[in-house]
Design a protein around this ligand. Structure first.
Ligand code: SAM
Length: 273
């Protein structure tokens, strides 16, 4: 049994890849365009021609696809074999046999694997490093892969203090087995659904449709990703800012989230330190 399978069996890890397989059945050209717009907006670019991009924890593969469509030479990897299969699926759907898009299985915590990758103009890791089980080492390893004057685009769960600790307990129960998964789903899915319906009424718009404007994602798949998402760590904006400042990076763009969800950071490496 692989380490990944053992972690899933012990209730320490959510099977993100299975959720991504479901998401891929809902993928449309419109969602791809929205995902593309989200990358362009945060990186403040029109294209990625001539750039090398590393997608750490590629998940569905949607953002690797978008980076490649924008002109980048892309290297994608993920720790979950089903996520790797999803990324491979998108590669064969849109760019079959393209040598400028490499997809492989690997962990951002594996020092030898990380050293074998080289360095990149852009390192992208959205919603991944807090799910590795060792976020600060994962951040260090991700930083080491950025070329001088290169860019690091990461998204990490916001530290909500006591609330984050409670959510961790929910996730642990969800991943503990079929009983936990059923109980947590029966409590929280109707809760999220009612909240979404209330939002529809208050905002006079269909939030189920509006949600995809959030990086082309699907609201229902994100609910399960949130409920099950283990390992789970969080960080404050200040902690991340200082961590990268100490390592020769300057903050170039930021989108914060005061509540539950991700803070997004774009850093540029100005020193080899
Ligand atoms: C919430 S998903 C985010 C996927 C994608 N980056 C996105 O923006 O849609 C987190 C992904 O991180 C992957 N992951 C978790 N631990 C990892 C590790 N140690 N190395 C690489 N990927 C990892 C998971 O398998 C999963 O596919």
């Amino acid at each position: 049994m692989s380490t990944f399978e053992t972690e899933v069996k012990k209730g320490q890890r959510f099977e993100f890849g299975k959720n991504w397989q479901g998401f891929l059945t809902t993928l449309t050209d419109e969602k791809i365009k929205i995902a593309e717009a989200s990358i362009k907006e945060m990186l403040r670019i029109d294209d990625l021609n001539g750039k090398t991009v590393l997608d750490i924890g590629s998940g569905s593969g949607l953002f690797s696809l978008v980076a490649h469509k924008l002109g980048a030479k892309i290297h994608s990897f993920d720790y979950d074999p089903a996520s790797v299969a999803c990324t491979q699926e998108l590669r064969s759907r849109y760019f079959p046999n393209d040598p400028n898009w490499v997809v492989e299985e690997g962990s951002v915590l594996d020092e030898d694997f990380i050293k074998s990758l080289g360095s990149f103009n852009i390192v992208y890791s959205w919603g991944v490093l807090h799910h590795t089980g060792n976020m600060w080492v994962a951040l260090e390893n991700a930083a080491s892969l950025v070329k001088k004057n290169g860019t690091l685009f990461i998204a990490l769960y916001n530290d909500q203090g006591r609330k984050s600790k409670l959510w961790k307990k929910v996730k642990e129960f969800y991943c503990s087995g079929i009983f936990g998964k059923t109980i947590i789903s029966c409590i929280f899915i109707p809760y999220f659904f009612s909240k979404a319906l209330l939002s529809c009424v208050r905002r006079r718009e269909n939030v189920f449709i509006e949600y995809k404007k959030n990086r082309g994602m699907s609201i229902t798949h994100d609910w399960f990703d949130w409920l099950g998402g283990l390992p789970f760590e969080v960080a404050t904006v200040e902690e991340i800012f200082h961590f990268f400042q100490d390592r020769g990076f300057v903050l170039n763009n930021i989108k914060t989230n005061n509540g539950l969800g991700n803070n997004q950071f774009v850093f540029v490496r100005y020193s080899d330190e």
